[in-house]
Design a protein around this ligand. Structure first.
Ligand SMILES: Nc1nc2c(c(=O)[nH]1)N[C@H]1C(S)=C(S)[C@@H](COP(=O)(O)O)O[C@H]1N2
Ligand SMILES: [Mo]
Length: 312
């Protein structure tokens, strides 16, 4: 990964968010005027528009949420550059309407979803999740979305569907980073079927009660809170059900550093650094990284009997 060692993150790296905040306010105004996302002309961003009818959920944390400005200005989204502030600076060129997500492969009900229909597939919930980047920083983010399982059930996977592969947009016209060879585009990810069906696994369309900012993976991204952040693929265009374990973009780039499972595990170090501790964005002292990012009670059974040193 073209990343720096998980060292301290100087505050100077965080771009002043004024610009984005102002643009956001402007957008909110225009949405209210037009009366909803569906009326936005193609090509305009609806990032920051308030999402209606979002339910509270049981997924809350007794930890402080990472401020909106950090969640939206300190990002990894290599399609828009490898610097932490690049996505917030560059992702305004991403067009999130029209947008479709193709569901295909080992399913009885293959279909292409329009994003506005997909957003109504299931009730939207707020879920506050701990997120841990493999680089050593973490955040607490109030996502808005619905379980991936809701979509999977409607697709009716066949008995051959053992894994789910996620393919994301790779358009050099909208995404300046795609012209660089830092990864073999498109960015792809994958989950085992039981991981994909797990109730914690989310398709997120918003955060902080608002439509996802482009830099956070608009219009729809995966959120898998017990795995390192790179598993949570942004700006998904295709979900494919397959029989064989897919090779993900990071596995292809550095197979000895990034495995298929990538569960947060303080006992399994990255070949180039320890994963024992992490820096919560906004905090000074490091904290201990928790097994499965603190979600062990919910997910440990998925890996019973597996050697997690081998299946990293
Ligand atoms: N398409 C795509 N998805 C991606 C990435 C990326 O570069 N491209 N980066 C990943 C990494 S390394 C992390 S830590 C998270 C960051 O999500 P956030 O910026 O919303 O916090 O997105 C993940 N999803
Ligand atoms: Mo990451």
């Amino acid at each position: 990964m073209l990343i720096r060692l998980p060292s301290d993150i100087p505050a100077s790296e965080i771009t002043p968010p004024e610009i984005y905040r102002d643009r956001r306010r402007f957008m909110q105004g225009s949405i209210a005027l037009l009366g909803g996302a569906a009326l936005m002309p193609a090509g305009k961003s609806i990032a920051g528009a308030k999402l209606a009818g979002v339910r509270a959920s049981a997924y809350r944390l007794d930890e402080e949420k990472t401020p909106y400005k950090d969640v939206t200005t300190y990002n990894n989204f290599y399609e828009f550059g490898t610097g932490k502030d690049d996505p917030a600076a560059n992702a305004h060129t991403l067009r999130t309407r029209p947008w479709t997500v193709a569901v295909e492969g080992e399913v009885r009900k293959a279909r292409t979803w329009d994003i506005d229909a997909l957003m109504k597939l299931a009730p939207l919930e707020e879920r506050v999740y701990r997120m841990r980047c493999v680089e050593g920083w973490s955040m607490v983010i109030p996502w808005v979305g619905f379980p991936l399982a809701e979509l999977i059930r409607r697709a009716e996977p066949t008995g051959n569907a053992k894994f789910v592969e996620f393919l994301t947009l790779a358009d050099p016209k909208q995404m300046p980073g795609v012209r660089s060879r830092v990864l073999d585009w498109p960015y792809t990810e994958g989950l085992r079927m039981d991981e994909a069906m797990h109730p914690l696994t989310l398709l997120a369309v918003g955060l902080y009660g608002e439509v996802l900012p482009n830099q956070n993976g608009a219009p729809i991204r995966l959120v898998v809170p017990w795995k390192y952040g790179f598993k949570s693929a942004k700006s998904i265009v295709k979900i494919r059900f397959v029989e064989k374990q897919p090779v993900t973009a990071w596995m292809a780039a550095a197979p000895s550093e990034y495995g298929f499972y990538s569960n947060v595990n303080p006992q399994v170090d990255h070949p180039r650094w320890s994963q024992a501790r992490e820096r919560r964005i906004g905090e000074f002292f490091k904290r201990d990284t928790l097994m499965f990012n603190g979600y062990g009670a919910q997910v440990a059974h998925l890996y019973r009997g597996m050697d997690l040193q081998k299946y990293f």
